[in-house]
Design a binder for this molecule. Structure first.
Ligand code: S3P
Length: 170
């Protein structure tokens, strides 16, 4: 991997970005950046609290500002928040020195993985396959347009997904 290049893992909530980013950094020795955790640590608030107190738009501002910093620094494997590709400026910044890998998963797969989660404000009160499908449908064009590479995760072991990612970035 070039010294200053970033690898951005994008995809819907629960598609496995955090897990795969961790496995990737273990394999590659790169820095791991978990966007949501970084935002929470810097704000001193959970994602739920940021949405409740300041609204989604403020969260998106924090996200954009973090993407910019990551782009300037380079050399990291980044687990992006599921909505980090919603603002075109974020995708533009990611592409400046990064490769974007989209982890694609079916709504049913997502539901199985996130159904007990209460830490995702967009799904609180909307925890069902129908809602996940409709939000995914809205976002799909953004994920596809941003992606340099698409990897489908449904029914695959973590190791299999990791191998596919490694083949993409080597
Ligand atoms: C969001 C995804 C979440 C988090 C926030 C908003 C989204 O991250 O950034 O709740 O808009 O899809 P994960 O994809 O890591 O769950």
């Amino acid at each position: 991997m070039e010294v200053n290049k970033n690898i951005f893992l994008i995809g819907f909530m629960g598609c496995g970005k955090s897990t795969m980013a961790r496995l990737l950094t273990e394999e590659m020795g790169a820095e791991l950046i978990e966007m949501d955790e970084t935002i929470e640590a810097e704000a001193g608030l959970s994602i739920n609290e940021i949405f409740e107190k300041y609204g989604e738009n403020h969260f998106r501002d924090l996200e954009s500002e973090l993407v910019l910093r990551i782009t300037e620094k380079g050399g990291a494997v980044v687990s992006c928040g599921g909505g980090a590709i919603l603002r075109p400026e974020n995708v533009e910044n990611m592409k400046k020195n990064g490769q974007i890998i989209y982890l694609s998963a079916q709504p049913e797969t997502i539901y199985q993985r996130v159904r007990h989660s209460t830490t995702r404000p967009l799904l609180n009160g909307n925890m069902n396959v129908e809602y996940i499908s409709s939000l995914m449908e809205k976002r799909l064009p953004r994920y596809l347009a941003a992606a340099d590479k698409i990897i489908t995760v449904d029914g695959k072991e973590k190791r299999e997904v990791l191998e596919e990612i490694l083949l993409t970035i080597c």
